[in-house]
Design a binder for this molecule. Structure first.
Ligand SMILES: [Zn+2]
Length: 505
């Protein structure tokens, strides 16, 4: 991967010329632009889509340049009036969004395509907010022609936007909390609708199958429990077998009654034992550890399902050596971690030894190569957590994340905010329509987030006051709907008489 770069001190025209020459050189050597970024990449695989793309069809950087021409709305009211669909998608409950879209479309069909000051179309905003109802309504009213629009502040199409959000939410959750609850149904629904609309194959899956299979990121449809891919399983199985072999070879090193001598770099499996145990590896303890690797191999090779501590315990039950290992402070988790880390270090994320052996074209045994590819094939850290290895390293406390959110504006704030919501357990499904939902999806893309949020707080406060005067049993229902309803009525009131249709429920 590389990118064209001009020498220091050149003027803009010269700059562009130099970069064009560099890009032409890269393309001549089969490099192609990565998405619409400045970067060029080369794939050694001659069947990779980038290798099938003629140089002249490669994306041009200038196609992507977004030049803002409209001023940002002055306040919340201005935002509502100027970009009513954007406002509705961000702020209204789903049953009202479709009505607003229909009402404005009836008045002026071009409204569904209207780009805001960031160049975002309503379709883009619906994708960014994982708002499936809005997306469906927009598509119903002809917004499909915006599916490939990418000239906006983000330089992305709607599908890329939702996938970018999904990816960064996952990465942040894993990085900061060592925990990820899977992609949300909303995100997946939006991704699926966009893919179907764009004619991207989802391999004949029904909607429900897609949402189920993709929760943990599986793209092959064959992952055990949706996350352990066949190729990952093969890697782990190989590593467990190798560990058992290597350690068996090492066994004669033992002197009767003596611990295992320190032999640096000989058996990495011992790196995963706590330091206090490492110096006390006597023969029976050692044999117990080896037996665990042996059973891990058995579990992966001869049984269905994913490896776990309880399954290992069952397999090792009654084994004298394993019992001794456990009694002395050994844990199944140490072997699990060693197996995953060992596989990782041999993968292309490490020294690529595994690929050299198993992916070689000359290898007549295609045992590994015939397995389907999956996005989960190299997710070692994720797999480690899923099989029960406790995470290491600091976990960022929720309040630190909250303050990060407060200091953020723009697209990343959605990700951070979603993350905080996930952490506090209110990460919503589309089907839940309580007061939280409205607030959770409130900030991204809205240049007047603060005003909007303040407005909503006020609306809720007013609603609560009004409800307090009414019968107690009605109070709760009204408090949760009055704010958005006011905004809904207001949005419709901007339309001239005759443009308003009855809400679609
Ligand atoms: Zn898969």
């Amino acid at each position: 991967m590389c990118r064209p770069k001009s020498p220091e001190g050149s003027n803009p025209e010269e700059d562009a010329r130099v970069q064009d020459r560099q890009a032409a050189f890269l393309r001549k050597n089969n490099f192609r632009r990565i998405g619409r970024t400045r970067f060029f990449g080369y794939s050694p695989n001659p069947e990779h889509p980038s290798r099938l793309l003629p140089a002249e069809a490669d994306a041009d950087r200038s196609e992507n340049e977004f030049v803002p021409t409209k001023p940002a709305p002055a306040d919340r009211d201005d935002f509502m009036r100027t970009y009513p669909l954007h406002f509705a998608i961000i702020n209204l409950p789903k049953q009202n969004v479709a009505s607003v879209i229909e009402a404005y479309h009836t008045q002026d069909p071009s409204t569904v395509h209207k780009q805001d000051h960031n160049g975002f179309t309503p379709l883009y905003v619906a994708a960014a907010y994982a708002n499936a109802s809005a997306l469906k309504a927009l598509l119903k009213f002809g917004a499909a022609s915006d599916l490939n629009k990418h000239v906006n502040k983000d330089g992305m199409i709607p599908l890329e936007r939702i996938e970018d959000t999904m990816r960064s939410t996952r990465e942040l959750a894993e990085l900061l909390m060592h925990k990820w609850e899977g992609y949300s149904r909303n995100e997946l629904k939006v991704q699926l609708i966009l893919k179907r609309e764009m004619g991207i194959s989802v391999h004949g899956q029904t909607d429900e199958e897609y949402l189920e299979n993709r929760k943990w990121g599986c793209t092959c449809g064959e992952c055990d429990e949706g996350w352990l891919s066949p190729r990952m399983r093969f890697r782990l199985e190989t590593e467990a077998a190798l560990s058992k072999e290597n350690m068996t070879v090492l066994a004669p090193q033992f002197q009767r009654g003596q611990p295992l001598p320190e032999i640096p770099g000989l058996a990495h499996q011992f790196d995963y034992l706590p330091p206090n145990l490492r110096t006390k590896v006597y023969k029976t303890f050692y044999n117990g550890y080896v037996t665990i690797f042996e059973n891990l191999y058995v579990l992966l090779d001869q049984t269905e399902g994913v490896p776990s501590v309880p399954r290992l315990r069952t397999l090792c039950k009654g084994d004298r050596d394993v019992n001794f290992y456990l009694k002395k402070g050994g844990k199944f988790e140490y072997a699990l971690e060693s197996m995953v880390e060992g596989a990782k270090s041999q993968s292309c994320l490490g020294d690529s030894m595994f690929e050299e052996i198993w992916e070689s074209e000359n290898d007549t045994d295609d045992e590994y190569r015939k397995l389907p590819r999956c996005a989960n094939d190299l997710e070692f850290d994720f797999v480690k957590r899923m099989i029960g290895v406790p995470p290491k390293g600091p976990v960022l406390p929720p309040e630190m994340l909250s303050s990060a959110v407060d200091s953020e504006r723009g697209p990343t704030s959605l990700t951070l905010k979603m993350l905080v919501n996930m952490m506090s357990g209110v990460y919503e499904d589309e089907d839940s329509e309580d007061e939280e939902e409205e607030e959770n999806y409130s900030d991204l893309l809205n240049p007047h987030y603060e005003e909007a949020a303040a407005g909503r707080r006020q609306a809720r406060l007013d609603a609560r006051r009004a409800a307090a005067a009414k019968a107690p049993e009605k109070r709760q229902a009204e408090a949760s709907s009055a704010g958005p309803d006011l905004a809904f009525q207001k949005l419709l009131s901007f339309l001239p008489q005759g443009g308003v249709r009855a809400p679609i429920n």
